[in-house]
Ligand binder design. Structure first.
Ligand SMILES: Nc1nc2c(ncn2[C@@H]2O[C@H](COP(=O)(O)OP(=O)(O)OP(=O)(O)O)[C@@H](O)[C@H]2O)c(=O)[nH]1
Ligand SMILES: [Mg+2]
Length: 459
């Protein structure tokens, strides 16, 4: 729902900074700003910057740079004024108060962007990309948000939609000639088209799992038997003394997570209670959590102390991990004290996982540095693959794609079983509607409310 209130909010973060920006949007924004000035700013062209003193009833608020964006040349599609103040929370509050006294209203979270959407400045997927862009903490998330903001993802969706519409028009044309039993498109051509579109929809849908994992940062789980050195490695990778390390078996009882940044890559590093026989309920819960993490993680780094485990037990662990996790990397630890031969271990890892054995000592900085680089380069391969294609990183988009895919499946089966034209058209229309929801061509007040309420105020 659109209203023409003039809305105001602090657009910069609440913390201390050199400047803070108050943003006001709506038909009265220029008028209200003028009421705080001794000399009008009306008459300036859009995108002008003007230095002015602002006054409220008590006197001078601040001297500030005022940016003027007129009507459809602004972010929201309405007249927007941005006042760049000295970065004091007190000054910003006084200006906000002055605007409210004049008749403006505090903006709701995401309301500026919501207006941009409602005024046709961007579609819904682009509006969502604004929130992603603000939240992006690493290169992949940033790249994806930018691509989506520029409309790349929306283009893909619109292309799929237009192909489905074409298909629908053929089917519906036949319906118009229902009595005469004509076929405008051969069923095998239609089948080819549906199969093609469905595979594109599915590819996008399937990219969500990895796309979302990348957006949140890759999860890397440290697993292994007690005393393998998981917590020691966790601390060494993070360069922090975060997890408790001791030679008592079962030191770590719960999972512990922290963000590890390696260049462009952001990794969610998770230390766990590991894999062992539980002797009490708390320990059992800790081990359950280990496996939950392994199941959802991008990769698991299995750590072992070669002087503390034989080949048979190692194989048992690897078999268990293989049944749970997507990608298992294996690392022998404590090589500063181990003097034996690792060859049989290397052969086992190669046979079981088709992987090399990583070797290090968590006490040795340079080998930990090498491991860090290796982790980054592994995850970079995933990113490089995803950069070739449009990736879905938004759960709402993924479920809409899924809904579309289900309809397409019905049509595929329908073509085979001679489904009637009107039912075919019904499924097609449902599939098209699902795609239209992504870009917001179909208005749904509830969906809009949910999306924009998760934005920060001032955006
Ligand atoms: N010599 C040597 N000792 C290590 C190395 N890494 C860890 N340790 C020692 O091994 C013991 C166990 O380390 P932790 O990091 O607590 O092992 P963990 O796998 O987290 O053990 P739990 O939490 O009990 O499952 C500690 O005494 C560490 O100092 C290493 O690379 N070399
Ligand atoms: Mg531990």
């Amino acid at each position: 729902m659109y209203n023409d209130d003039t809305i105001v909010a602090l657009a910069t973060g609440g913390g201390v900074g050199a400047i803070s920006v108050v943003r006001i949007s709506g038909s009265q924004s220029l008028h209200y700003t003028d009421a705080l000035l001794k000399k009008t700013i009306s008459g300036y062209a859009s995108h002008s910057l003007v230095l002015r003193k602002l006054y409220d009833k008590e006197g001078l608020i601040d001297e500030a740079v005022i940016s003027i964006f007129l009507d459809n040349k602004s972010y929201t599609g309405e007249t927007v004024i941005e006042v760049s103040l000295h970065g004091s929370a007190y000054i910003a509050q006084r200006l906000l108060r002055a605007y409210l006294d004049l008749g403006a209203r505090m903006a709701e979270p995401g309301e500026f962007t919501r207006r941009a959407f409602l005024n046709g400045k961007m579609d819904l997927a682009q509006a969502e990309a604004v929130a992603d862009l603000i939240a992006a903490e690493h290169k992949f998330a940033h790249d994806q948000a930018l691509h989506q903001l520029r409309g790349g993802f929306s283009e893909d969706i619109k292309f799929l939609r237009s192909r489905l519409l074409h298909f629908t028009s053929l089917i519906e044309l036949e319906l118009d000639f229902g009595e005469e039993d004509v076929e405008f498109a051969s069923r095998s051509d239609l089948m080819d088209l549906v199969v093609q579109i469905k595979s594109q929809v599915d590819e996008l849908k399937d990219s969500f799992e990895l796309g979302n994992a990348l957006k949140q940062g890759f999860a890397l789980v440290l697993a292994g038997r007690p005393n393998a050195g998981k917590s020691t490695l966790f601390n060494a990778l993070l360069n922090e003394d975060k997890a408790i390390v001791s030679d008592i078996e079962g030191t770590t009882r719960d999972s512990l997570e922290d963000k590890l940044r390696i260049g462009d890559i952001s990794v969610r590093l998770i230390d766990t209670a590991g894999i062992r026989e539980a002797s009490d309920a708390i320990e059992r819960e800790g081990i359950n959590r280990t496996f939950k993490h392994i199941e959802s993680a991008g990769a698991t780094l299995y750590l072992f102390d070669p002087s503390g485990i034989d080949l048979e037990n190692l194989k048992t662990d690897l078999d268990l991990l293989k049944s749970k996790g997507k990608r298992i990397w294996v690392c022998a630890n404590k090589l500063d004290v181990f003097t034996g031969d690792l060859n049989t271990y290397r052969q086992l890892i190669s046979a079981e996982l088709n992987e090399d054995l990583w070797e290090l000592s968590a006490h040795d900085k340079s080998s930990v540095n090498l491991l860090r680089k290796e982790i980054a380069s592994r995850f970079k391969i995933d990113i490089a693959q995803l950069e070739q294609q449009t990736v879905v990183t938004n759960a709402r988009h993924s479920s809409a794609l899924n809904a579309c895919s289900i309809e397409l499946q019905m049509i595929k089966e329908g073509i085979d079983s001679g489904l009637s034209g009107d039912l075919m058209s019904f499924h097609l229309r449902s599939g098209i509607r699902a795609l239209a929801e992504i870009t917001g061509e179909i208005d749904n007040e509830e969906v809009l409310g949910e999306i924009f309420s998760s934005f920060c105020i001032g955006k």
